[in-house]
Design a protein around this ligand. Structure first.
Ligand code: NAD
Length: 380
């Protein structure tokens, strides 16, 4: 080895030692965490409202009208309080040079659940994605994304691990410039166990019998290998759910194979594979504008569309033609999470009917965001 690299290697080894210690601490903290909040027993639930950037505020305006109509009674009785969260705009975040300003984060932590519009992350620079920060700060470990296509019998739900994998140390890799670069992927036992438990509980409580554990454990033997092994340990507590191992590459192919895709029900995946494959799945459902998602932790939960702030739509003057179904589907998940099941069912039914009648394409040929919401409200 060229001796000139010795100081670089020493410094990389030192930073790796720090990373290992920090990740072990994170794992130990997770082991001590004490289970999820029971919303059915709460007297008051605070819902934080974060409109976001780009098309976010346009979708949000309509979704907020629907929310207020659906929880009219709970707002009047004080069971639900809506709290406007200021400051999570790209202008403010860039001006302050932080991904989530401290005041905003403090206000968010006073809420139980959040409804959030998409937030812009600039390319390059050092500003971390607001979502990555919020997932870490609020420990939102389960990214849950349903995808349905009733005409094909598809009713999928994805449980993506949201706080580990390639993402947790994504900006802390090491490099010997001009020679090599290395990033780190982390899987902790406690982190895997809690996402696996969430997915199997969902399967059990919703009569699902098939759960696909999707990894690349043949190649990533330590991280994905452990992920798969721990998921199977958890599976032993759920005898009515068949857990099958799949590799991510063939699963990506399975989702576009009409012959077999409707046999899958629940998917359980590490972070990166979940990120990629859920966009593929949303496209199968009818586009990212139709899909909502939940970010769940034991203490907090955040609900949002799966897409981003669509700056190109804004530049082209198409913001009013953005599809609000994505954020409305997220609202449905939020209502279910806080145990307002009948409001969620009403919204789901009205959404299914409205989507057949009012088609929002994201272009001037389709209906507007407002027209979709008006038609939906008329059904509620
Ligand atoms: P994007 O998801 O914002 O948009 C891609 C394209 O999808 C749009 O140009 C549009 O054609 C279509 N689209 C998206 N939402 C739609 C809707 N509701 N109705 C109709 N069409 C819709 O992806 P991008 O352009 O890659 O990202 C833009 C910004 O959003 C980036 O800064 C990115 O970091 C951020 N982002 C945020 C989140 C989040 O906050 N959860 C998620 C993804 C991306």
């Amino acid at each position: 080895m060229n001796e000139a690299f010795a100081p670089k290697i020493e410094s990389a080894v030192e930073s790796f030692r720090t990373l290992l210690c920090q990740q072990l601490e994170r794992q130990e903290k997770m082991e001590k965490d004490s289970g999820a909040k029971d919303f059915s027993k709460m007297e008051k639930i605070v819902v934080g409202l974060v409109p976001g950037d780009g098309i976010g505020p346009i979708l949000f305006r309509e979704t907020e009208r629907v929310l207020k109509k659906l929880v009219e009674k709970e707002l009047a009785s004080g069971k639900i309080e809506l709290k406007q969260i200021e400051g999570l705009t790209i202008e403010n975040r860039l001006a302050l040079g932080v991904s989530v300003p401290k005041d905003t984060l403090d206000a968010i932590k006073e809420c139980d659940v959040l409804l959030k519009g998409p937030t812009t992350t600039p390319k390059g620079g050092t500003l971390e994605s607001a979502n990555v920060t919020l997932r870490r700060e609020l420990d939102l470990y389960a990214n849950v994304r349903p995808v349905t296509l009733p005409e094909e019998g598809i009713d999928w739900i994805f449980y993506r691990e949201n706080t580990e994998g390639e993402y947790v140390l994504g900006s802390r890799g090491v490099e010997i410039p001009g020679k090599l670069a290395m990033d780190f992927k982390v899987t902790t036992d406690a982190g895997t166990r809690r996402i696996a438990r969430a997915a199997f509980e969902y399967a059990k409580n919703n009569g699902k019998t098939n759960l696909a554990i999707v990894t690349k454990a043949n190649i990533m033997k330590k991280t994905d290998g452990n992920f798969s092994a721990i998921c199977h340990e958890v599976a032993a507590d759920y005898p009515n759910v068949t857990a099958e191992d799949w590799y991510i590459d063939i699963m990506a192919a399975n989702l576009v194979n009409k012959e077999i895709r409707n046999r899958f029900q629940v998917f359980l995946l590490p972070n990166l594979y979940g990120d990629i494959i859920t966009d593929e799945a949303a496209q199968i459902q009818g586009g990212v504008g139709t899909a909502g998602s939940a970010n769940l932790g034991d203490r907090y939960a955040m609900f949002e569309a799966i897409h981003g702030s669509a700056p190109r739509m804004i530049e082209e003057g198409l913001g009013d033609y953005a599809n609000p179904e994505s954020l409305l589907r997220a609202l449905e998940m939020l209502l279910r999470h806080i145990c307002l099941t009948s409001a969620a069912d009403r919204l789901a039914k009205a959404l299914n009917e409205t989507a057949k009648e009012v088609v929002v394409t994201g272009t001037r040929e389709g209906a507007t965001c407002r027209q979709f919401a008006d038609a939906l409200l008329a059904r509620l």
